[in-house]
Structure formats: structure tokens, C-alpha cells
Design a protein around this ligand. Structure first.
Ligand code: PLP
Length: 389
């Protein structure tokens, strides 16, 4: 019998929590109504959507009307960037986007398209060697013609947590909207828009033990936003499309559960994470990527000199460990991660990235097994790379 593969890729996705599934299940079956219908089926589905919205709003510290449901984190980021940029241009002629160079592709590619096809000027904020943004740089580069600023809250590749509240205070003072992609955060950090002070915030459910294909965008009341998906008048006319009732119910349940388990989970995972970091850094020619302390509790990420990360991932998989290189790069794509290059890593280091992300089901035994196997696998990956040269 094959031994089960140990899962170390919680930043890519998480398994659905059984309690979340239980909350969703009735809305696939008995309560299948369309929330826009007038009859009882519709009213009960609408009540479920509004109940989820109310719960999420209470948890995030905002009004229910400030939450738009979407098809996931990618759509939330697309709607935030395109919707706010186009609205700001129409309203005040603003034509510049100020974006961090360490964004998820859902933000990075959207900003690039707004520049290439819609004539926006794209300015990148600098990051330090840990991939962290600094408020003083935002203050320096923020101009009155800026339509939108976008800075990721917790980085998916390197785990670094940015000082969003300080950045938000600067944007607020100048009257420029700030968007933050918070998709990696809610399973590991307390999260309220009151404390963050952002105008737009993207969340998705599948990084926190909820279903894939559902997310939300928080839009602070009064923030100009042009809908990018038009149709019926759903979501106050800002995001058309029949509500995905079971998934929306699931996201609210997952968010509640994650935030309730936060303290305990963060302490346990940070302990395992620190074991991983200290042991892996004993491997020759290894470096931690991302911030040493301001990082997600479940996130350990590294680069190894002279390794192809895809080769290492395949060796790990064959040995029973599911890990990631950290970037959305597909097998066979030889390009090193743009995020790692933006942090100033040389390409021969950046090509050998490894992301180990822990979660609810990670045990001490899982971590021990990985740490025992990893040094030998790194050595093999180095020999393979050497043979190819
Ligand atoms: C996963 C992820 C996304 C994309 O979300 P989907 O729901 O998978 O579309 C965007 N940003 C970050 C930081 C992510 O981790």
C-alpha cells in the first residue's frame, strides 16, 4: 500500500472543513432556490445569503452593504483594481496605479493590463530584501493623480506581512483609495477593516478551509467602483450574477471557524514553522525568503542555490511530500519568480525556491518526516542540476 502523501501546501489551498460542508449541504438540495426569486424558495435562499453577509460584516467590522460576493480571490482582485481604477479616472481624471511588485498575479497582471490596454501609468513601490513595503515609500510616491494603491497584506510566496494600517493612514490622509489582497491572512491573523483602514479588501474562502470558487470584496461606503461584470442588479448593481448560495454560506462558516481558532492555531503552527526554518537553514547554501519575524504563522519559504525547484518538487512528491515552489509557475516554466527577483535575489538562487506551508492537519510527525528527508533530496536535486549543466 502506498503511504499517504503528507500535505505541506496550505497556502495553495486547504481541505474543506466538515463543519463548513455541513452548513453548505442543504443549499445544494432542499434549499436550492434563487435568492432573486419572489417565492418562499427564493426568500429562504436570500435569507441565507444575507445571513452570511451579516456574519462576515460583523466579523470584518463593516456594514453588510459594504460586502460584495464574488467567484473567488482572483475576481475580487480584478474587480477592485479595474473597478476602482476606471471609476477614479471617470470621477477625478486620476490615471496612475501605485502597486507593490510582490503582488499575486491576480493583481499584478490586472495592473499590467490596465497599463497596456487602458492607458494607466503603472508605478511600482519598492520592497526590501524581505519583500516588505515601507509606508515612507508610499508617502513619497503617492501623487494626487493616483487612482488606486494596491498592497498585498500577507504574501503568498514568502509569507511577509505588510504594515497595511500605516500605509492606509497615508492613503486616507491624501484621499486616495487603498486596496489590499488579504487572501492568505484570515486563517492566521485577526482581520478587521476597522483596524486595517483599507478601502477595498479581497478575501477568498479556499485558503481557510472553505470551498473554492467563492470570495468577497469589501468596498468601503463611498469608494467609487465601476462594475466589471454587468447583468442583473445583484450586489447593488456592482457584481451581476446569481448568487452561489451554498458557497457563500460556506465562506461565512469557514471565516467564523478560522477566526475562532486563530490564537490556538497560530501558536501551534508558529512552533512547527520555527522548527522547519531552523532545521532547513542548516542545509548548505540555503536562505530563508521573506521576513524572519513578520511572517504568516504557517509559512516557511526558502531558496537553495543551484537547484531547479520543479525537480525538487518532483523528488519531494515521489518521497511522499506535497510542497510548492511558492509561485504560480507551472511545471516546465523556467522563469524564476518575479516576487523573488523584486526582493533582489539573484536568478541562480531564485530558481531554487521551496515553500512549506502548514495547516490544521499538519502534525509533529509530518514535520519530523519532512525534515529528515529534505537534506538528502536537496542533495539529489543539486546533483541532477549539476549533471544538466
Ligand atoms: C490564492 C490567492 C489568490 C487567488 O484566489 P482564488 O480564490 O484562488 O482565485 C489571490 N491572492 C492571493 C494572495 C492568494 O493566495
Amino acid at each position: 500500500m502506498n503511504t499517504p502523501v503528507r500535505y505541506f501546501d496550505y497556502a495553495a489551498t486547504t481541505p474543506l472543513d466538515p463543519q463548513v460542508w455541513a452548513a453548505m449541504q442543504p443549499y445544494f438540495e432542499a434549499e436550492f432556490g434563487n435568492p432573486s426569486s419572489v417565492h418562499g424558495y427564493g426568500q429562504r435562499a436570500e435569507a441565507a445569503v444575507e445571513n452570511a453577509r451579516g456574519g462576515l460584516a460583523a466579523a470584518l467590522g463593516c456594514q453588510p452593504e459594504e460586502i460584495l460576493f464574488t467567484s473567488g480571490g482572483t475576481e475580487s482582485n480584478n474587480l477592485a483594481l479595474r473597478g476602482a481604477a476606471l471609476a477614479a479616472r471617470r470621477q477625478r481624471g486620476a490615471n496612475r496605479l501605485l502597486v507593490s511588485p510582490v503582488e499575486h498575479p491576480a493583481v499584478a497582471r490586472t495592473a499590467q493590463q490596465l497599463a497596456a490596454e487602458f492607458g494607466f501609468e503603472l508605478t511600482y513601490l519598492p520592497v526590501d530584501e524581505y519583500g516588505m513595503l515601507h509606508p515612507k515609500d508610499v508617502a513619497r510616491l503617492l501623487t494626487p493623480d493616483t487612482a488606486l494603491v494596491s498592497v498585498i497584506l500577507a504574501n503568498n510566496e514568502v509569507g511577509t506581512i505588510n504594515p497595511i494600517a500605516e500605509i492606509a493612514a497615508i492613503c486616507r490622509e491624501r484621499g486616495i483609495p487603498l486596496h489590499s489582497d488579504a487572501i492568505q491572512a484570515p486563517a492566521h491573523l485577526p482581520l478587521t477593516v476597522t483596524e486595517l483602514g483599507v478601502d477595498l479588501l479581497s478575501l477568498g474562502a479556499h485558503k481557510l478551509y472553505g470551498p473554492k470558487g467563492v470570495g468577497l470584496l469589501y468596498v468601503r461606503a463611498g469608494t467609487p467602483l465601476l462594475p466589471t461584470q454587468t447583468g442583473g442588479g445583484h450586489e447593488a448593481g456592482l457584481r451581476a450574477g446569481t448568487h452561489n448560495v451554498p458557497y457563500i454560506v460556506g465562506m461565512a462558516e469557514a471565516f467564523d471557524l478560522a477566526q475562532a481558532e486563530l490564537d490556538q492555531s497560530a501558536r501551534r503552527l508558529a512552533n512547527l514553522r520555527d522548527q522547519v526554518i531552523s532545521k532547513v537553514l542548516q542545509i548548505p547554501d540555503s536562505k530563508l525568503t521573506g521576513h524572519p519575524s513578520q511572517r504568516l504563522a504557517n509559512h516557511a519559504s526558502f531558496v537553495f542555490k543551484g537547484i531547479d525547484s520543479n525537480a525538487l518538487l518532483m523528488l519531494l512528491d515521489a518521497a511522499g511530500f506535497a510542497c510548492s515552489s511558492g509561485s504560480a509557475c507551472k511545471t516546465g516554466d523556467p522563469q524564476p519568480s518575479e516576487v523573488l527577483l523584486a526582493m533582489g535575489l539573484a536568478p541562480e538562487w531564485a530558481a531554487g525556491s521551496l515553500r512549506i506551508t502548514l495547516g490544521k492537519h499538519t502534525t509533529q510527525a509530518d514535520v519530523d518526516a519532512l525534515l529528515t528527508a529534505l537534506p538528502g533530496l536537496i542533495e539529489r536535486a543539486r546533483m541532477l542540476e549539476g549533471a544538466l549543466r
